[in-house]
Structure formats: structure tokens, C-alpha cells
Design a protein around this ligand. Sequence first.
Ligand SMILES: [Fe+2]
Ligand SMILES: [Fe+2]
Length: 411
Amino acid sequence: MFSYLSIYEIEIYKYILFFTVYSLAGWVIEVIYRTIEQKRFINAGFLFGTFVPVYGIVACSIIALNQFLKDENLFVQIAVYVTLPTVIEFFVGILGEVIFGLKLWDYTENRFNLMGRICLSFSIAWAILTLVMITVVHPLVYSWVGIFGEETIAISSAIIVLYFTVDAIFSTLFLMDFTRKMSNLITDYFSLTHTEIEKILSSFNRILGAFPDLNKQLNENINKVLKGRVDIFFNTINLKINGIVQGRKPAEKEYDEIVRDILENDTFLKLQNYFHHDSSILEHVKKVSYLSYRIAKFLKLDYRSATRGALLHDFFLYDWRNHSEPELAKEKLHGFAHPKIALKNAEENFRINEIEKDIIIKHMWPLTPRPPRYRESFVVTFSDKYVSSKELLLNIKRKASNGASNKRISK
Ligand SMILES: [Fe+2]
Ligand SMILES: [Fe+2]
């Protein structure tokens, strides 16, 4: 029936099958990686279906090039196999930015990256995958595809092309809708109700799981809006915060009344025994809580919950840089683990509401992938980062001036 198919047509159909197999394999790799990373099942990739096409594109390009390179020097072959996936990743990154205005992945915080689109560690991973694919996997896939007759290959290819076209159209529309909703969320963030924010965020759930770096963009943009809103009064509050950072107490009756029971709790007061940034955890959480109180009040939010949640946000009773408790997280892992520990301590010692819970558990966002559900939680993530960067800066300055005076003494 298909005897009229030319050898070129059969080749194209075979490539469609290769593309499908490797896109599926890529999906499996990404699902395992993301699911382990986020400790929940993540349907990876931009398509709805179980395929990540960039893997299929890389694999088909390598297979096609292999025809011309197989007689070349081994070093030339390896050099091409190792660099091609990275080049493709770079251009697919540009394509995503141009079409959707989104950085679907962002390696700016990884070492040796180029414009955040590619980085050394991922390029090494790509290179290893490519070499395994071309030497071990592809001979098996090739002989497996060879089992099927021309007719089967042609029919299945046609179905696959139809499927990919439909999925690509719907996925593109979905991503465009996501971009639109994301910009609405950003501009209207502080005038939306909790339910509206929750509704928008739950529709982002899959895409933020598949591309967790989008959290960074969301955070940066909401930050900009918040800064714009509080800029007018930020100069006055800045003076006050500087005072608190330097160690002076805010004299605010209402604030004192909101936090009194927490600051009288003996377990909570143990926070003064643990070093954090430039002083103790207790000093740090008081500053974050006061800043959150002022911002939330200014924005007419639930400032009581913001203040109390902020005070409890780092309620962990250990020195994260230096402890010998095997069950407690250290250094890098501490960043992910301590919100849960703080929430557990807060629930054991105080009655806390849903907003306060969300503030504590989400305060490390966007390091932890789930975005805050409430505007009050966002105010606290902002205040925490603002205070922390001030404290770290002060600490560096102190160390530098101590170093300088030590040098003077030793001279
Ligand atoms: Fe924290
Ligand atoms: Fe903190």
C-alpha cells in the first residue's frame, strides 16, 4: 500500500518517531528531577502531554549530524555532541523570551552562565546525556524502529504530527494566557482579594512547578509594584528601620500591643541565644516584624497577622551554621527546611491563623517554589529580604572596620 514512499519520506517518518521517543525520555528525566527537587509530582515541560520537545530536537539534530560525522576524528565528534545541545538550549531560551516574554529557565545564579540561558553544570549534564544517547540508547531505538513496517511508521507518524500540532497550539495559548494573567496579578496585586490571588495562583500551579525560575520573575515584578507603592512613605520609615537596625526600639504602642504575648513567651525568647546575620534571631525577627507592620498598615492589609507572622517567621531554636544535631538542616538545606521548623514551633506555642501560617511557611519564596497566598505574606518576604540585606551589609562593614583597626593595632 505504501510502496510508493521514497527513501527520504521513510527517513522523515523515522525522525518523527525518534523525536517522539526522545521527547518522552526527556519528559521522564525532567519529571524525576523536578519531582525530587520539589517533593511533589510535577508534569514537566511546556506541553500538556508527556513530552519535552527540546530533548527530541537535540536528539534528532545529533542523529542527523552523526551521518556526516561518523567518519570524522573522534575528538571532532565528541566536541560537536558536547556543544550542540548547549547551543540549542541557548536558542530555545531566546525563542521563549521572544514569543512569550518569559525566561522559562534562568541560570543567572549558577556559576559560569551565559546571559542566564546556559550554564556549565547543565551543559556538562547535557553532554553526558548526549554521549549516552548516541553510543548506548540510539542503536537500540534505531533497531526497534526498524522492526515496524513502512505502513506502521507512516500512519503512526501522521498521528504523532497531528497530536503534537494540537498540543503545541493549546500549550502556546495556555502560556500566553499565563503571561497575561501574570501581568494582571502583578499590576493589581495589592488591590486583589485573597480569593482572587489564590484563584490566579492555582491556575499557575503546573507551569510554576515545571518552570520554577518563573517564581523569581514573579517575585521581582511584585517587588517593583510594592516598592512603587510604598516609596512615598519609605523614606520616613527607612529612618526608623535604620534606627531599629542600629539597635534602637520602635516606640509604637499599637505594635507593642500586637506582639506582647509573643515577646513574653519564654520559649520564643530563647531566640536571643542564636546568632543571625549581625545579632540574634530575636533582633532580626523584631526588625522584620516592625517593617511588615508599617508596610501592611500603610497598604491597609491585615497588619496584625503580618506583624505576628513576621515575628514568628524564623522561630527555629538552633544555630544553622554550627550545630551537631543530626536531624536539623545545615547551611544550604537550612534555607528550605527552617520555615517548616518555625511553623511547628509557632503552632506549639501560639494560636496562629491561616495568614500567619502562610507567612511563616512561604517566607523564603522564591527559594521555596510555592508563592505566597496572601498579600501579607508577600509583604513579609519583602521585609525579610530588605532587613536581611541591611543586616548583612552592616555585618560586612563592621568586620571591615574591625579588620582595619586590628591592622592599625598590629602595625
Ligand atoms: Fe528565614
Ligand atoms: Fe528571616
